[in-house]
Design a protein around this ligand. Structure first.
Ligand code: FAD
Ligand code: NAP
Ligand code: SF4
Length: 691
């Protein structure tokens, strides 16, 4: 897969391929063993100080995997700055003592570790939140109180106290969260800082909080302590910081004692996606390069860097001194040792889906990973050697089958994996055809390699039968035979204009100019993206920035300009029967991106539809008008794509039962409703872990 000019197509295969990435960084008082930073992730294990042992194991696993510098999830220096009631804080000596196992675990494995100090400001999800001004965030129901001048100084002191506690806990330094629209960022931008005292108004006043925090911390902790400041390069909101102010801030922070700049892109309330899978790899490295040239301390590039080829290219060009990645270490804790050992093709790549990490975090669940369900559950799901290796047949090489087969083989079982198609991936092989989901191909690449490495015997193009399984001498049979698209019981469903999403995406059929899509779940929305795009903007940084209105920050403040999406080549109507807003069931952190993309492409949305029939005139429906009255309508289309969910494929089950062979159902073959690859892979790995 060639993702853009930054990313060479073929993975590197020898250990010398990433010399810049593997080069140590001497900071004078501490040497980082390489240029790889594991960026801060709030996993949920930080909160309430109950799961710090799990958290220590989580970091130890990544440190063992070779990461140079780890940044913890965010800990607030004050109660008001907590993300939500009961969220993580670093305010007391007993907190520092509780962190000891974490720092010891990271150091024992050779990594340096920083505590992130995160004051949420107006993003705090509780009624006692505070900010520069009393202005509510569009993504939070709570309106913050504006801090009085004396309270601002108290908060600065609280940051310094937390940093001192971090030092007592054994941390090598702190990262100050100054980006993503949190508290410090709220003082920096005119959008949220409308104060008239010495903390607002001029740019110098607005940046004073950030500078005083760094000064106060440096005074508390002395010179031999890392102060990493996460600076917002592009706010991507109206009235964000002008670029000249960002550079002046960087200079002032450097003078105040910053050791490293980490970089952040976009506030949480920005309506431009910054980390989801449809954002091109390395989309914001050009802005990071401008900061790197401006300051004298090391700078870390971040956002949508997930594979070593790109990370190495960024460093080799001198665009940054370090590369910060977060989610890629959920997907693969061994990312660094694999890259360093010339085994990049073995990396389990983060596909930036957010399904098991950020979507979990924002719904109060522990962060994990769709492609690696062991992430965050290191002590719970363990793939130990099987006491008695068994012969196992796995039917179907979709996500469920691939994950089950490789996890079983890793434990020493003897596995035969059968797939009717001539390729791996199941429905995932269709998902990766969607513009903006090209990353999904990496998961298929990963499992292809994993199958080779674990010694799974793969039988492609083999439609396995009951007889094959009954006579194969297997101890266990796993049916991971997945799902088939639901066929609707609707007059005219056999009209030549009707096709399933599988027929469309596999290339077996082509859509015309006017298309109706029946079913507005994840697949219906994806099909609309497929129908309304020409090419793959997510593989082209310039094209993608034009689509979303991201500009060179030297021009509009905050880097935000008018989006100019390419027109859709088709007229598309997306329908569902429910009266609820279309796309409501999509991911918490990704749904809005899909809804915005459909709006930009002019997709017509119809909810509350009743389907009557299909004929040469088109799709006959009844729909609710704005007043809630039923209106009959014919949607004149030349293509109808059915995306009305799936049904489990279990055609072998009855025959196996009759033959006395018991079978384990995994993934879509088990339950089709609300199935996604997260559940399929998780179920497979957990089952394999206990066999
Ligand atoms: P499947 O993927 O259906 O795989 C079953 C496999 O079994 C198939 O390859 C089939 O050929 C094989 N098989 C069946 N019977 C036999 C037999 N008798 N012999 C041999 N082989 C057999 N999920 C997400 O989590 N996130 C997404 O963003 C996402 N996007 C999607 C986008 C699209 C366009 C599509 C189509 C799906 C998407 N999904 C997504 C859903 C995800 O792909 C499925 O949930 C997942 O693939 C189900 O995995 P599975 O292994 O259970 O079944
Ligand atoms: P889905 O989310 O269950 O949506 C199915 C759609 O079909 C719904 O809009 C449903 O809405 C409609 N429908 C169901 N039965 C119907 C019937 N008999 N007649 C007409 N319409 C019917 O399933 P999906 O879109 O097929 O996606 C499958 C899985 O893949 C989902 O669980 C999803 O999580 C996952 N996926 C995720 C993403 C992602 O970005 N995270 C993307 C793609 C897929 P109405 O009943 O209101 O009409
Ligand atoms: Fe990456 Fe998706 Fe895993 Fe999150 S769940 S770490 S985005 S692959």
């Amino acid at each position: 897969m060639s993702l853009d000019q930054n990313a060479p197509a073929a993975p590197a295969t020898d250990g010398t391929a990433y010399p810049h990435l593997m080069e140590p960084l001497d900071l004078g008082f501490i040497t980082l063993r390489n240029r790889v930073v594991m960026g801060s992730m709030h996993t949920g294990m930080e909160d309430g100080y109950r799961n710090l042992d799990d958290l220590a194991e989580f970091y130890a696993t990544r440190a063992r995997g070779g990461v140079g510098l780890i940044v913890t999830g965010g800990f607030s220096p004050t109660a008001a700055g907590m993300l939500y009631p009961g969220a993580s804080v670093m305010t007391l000596r007993r907190h520092a003592r509780a962190h000891r196992p974490i720092t010891e675990a990271a150091h024992a494995e050779g990594a340096a570790i920083l505590l992130q100090l995160l004051h949420a400001g107006r993003y705090a999800y509780h009624p006692l939140s505070v900010s520069a001004s009393r202005i509510k965030a569009p993504i939070n129901p709570f309106t913050p109180f504006a801090l009085r001048g004396g309270q601002v100084w108290d908060t600065i002191e609280a940051f310094a106290r937390s940093a001192r506690l971090a030092a007592q806990a054994g941390y090598d330094g702190v990262e100050i969260m100054g980006s993503e629209g949190y508290f410090i960022n709220q003082f920096l931008a005119p959008r949220t800082n409308q104060r008239r005292d010495g903390w607002g108004g001029s740019a110098a006043n607005r940046r004073r909080l950030a500078v005083e925090i760094v000064r106060a911390i440096r005074a508390q902790v002395g010179p031999d302590f890392v102060i990493q400041y996460r600076i917002s390069l592009l706010d991507l909101v109206p009235d964000g910081q002008p670029w000249a102010e960002v550079l002046d801030l960087a200079t002032a922070l450097e003078d105040a004692g910053v050791t490293i700049f980490n970089t952040g892109i976009g506030w949480h309330e920005a309506r431009v996606p910054t980390i989801v899978t449809s954002v091109p790899r390395g989309a914001f490295v050009d802005v990071t390069a401008q900061l790197t040239r401006h300051v004298g301390v090391p700078v870390a590039a971040s956002n949508r860097i997930n594979m070593p080829e790109l990370a190495e290219a960024v460093l080799a060009r001198g665009d940054a001194d370090l590369v910060s990645m977060a989610r890629p270490f959920l997907a693969d804790p061994e990312w660094v040792v694999k890259a360093g050992g010339g085994r990049a093709d073995e990396i389990n790549t983060c596909i930036a889906c957010n399904q098991a990490c950020l979507d979990h975090t924002f719904t109060g669940r522990r962060a994990s990973c769709l492609v690696n369900p062991r992430a965050g559950h290191e002590r719970e799901v363990v793939l130990t050697s099987a006491p008695t290796p068994q012969r196992v047949a796995v039917v179907g090489a979709g996500p469920a089958g691939m994950a089950t087969a490789t996890a079983l083989a890793e434990r020493g079982h003897h596995v035969d994996l059968y797939e009717a198609n001539d390729h791996l991936g199941g429905q995932f092989a269709l998902a990766m055809k969607i513009p903006g989901k090209e990353e999904f191909a990496e998961t298929v690449r990963y499992f292809t390699r994993r199958i080779e490495l674990t010694g799974v015997r793969l039988h492609l193009g083999k439609q396995v039968t009951v007889a094959d399984l009954a006579e194969g001498g297997f101890d266990q049979v796993v049916l991971a035979s997945g799902v088939t698209p639901r066929v609707l019981d609707l007059p005219g469903i056999d009209h030549p204009c009707v096709m399933s999403y599988a027929e469309l995406l596999s290339g077996a059929r082509e859509a015309g100019q006017r298309v109706a899509v029946i079913g507005a779940g994840g697949i219906g929305v994806d099909v609309c993206e497929y129908l309304t795009h020409v090419g793959h903007p997510s593989l082209n940084i310039a094209e993608w920035k034009k689509e979303w209105g991201v500009a060179d920050p030297a021009r509009p403040p905050g880097g935000l300009t008018e989006p100019a999406p390419a027109p859709s080549p088709r007229e598309v109507t997306l329908l569902q029967r429910k009266p609820t807003p279309i796309g409501k069931g999509l991911g918490k952190t990704t749904g809005w991106v899909h809804r915005a993309a459909l709006a930009a492409k002019g997709v017509r949305l119809v909810r509350g539809a009743t389907y009557h029939r299909i004929d040469d005139a088109g799709l006959h429906i009844t729909r609710l008008d704005r007043e809630g009255r039923s209106v009959e309508q014919v949607i004149p289309v030349d293509t109808i794509v059915v995306c009305a969910g799936q049904e489990s494929r279990r055609d072998l089950l009855e025959g196996l039962q009759s033959a006395g062979v018991s079978a384990q159902l995994i993934g879509g073959a088990d339950v089709a409703a609300e199935l996604d690859a997260k559940r399929a892979i998780d179920q497979g790995v957990r089952w394999a872990a206990q066999l």
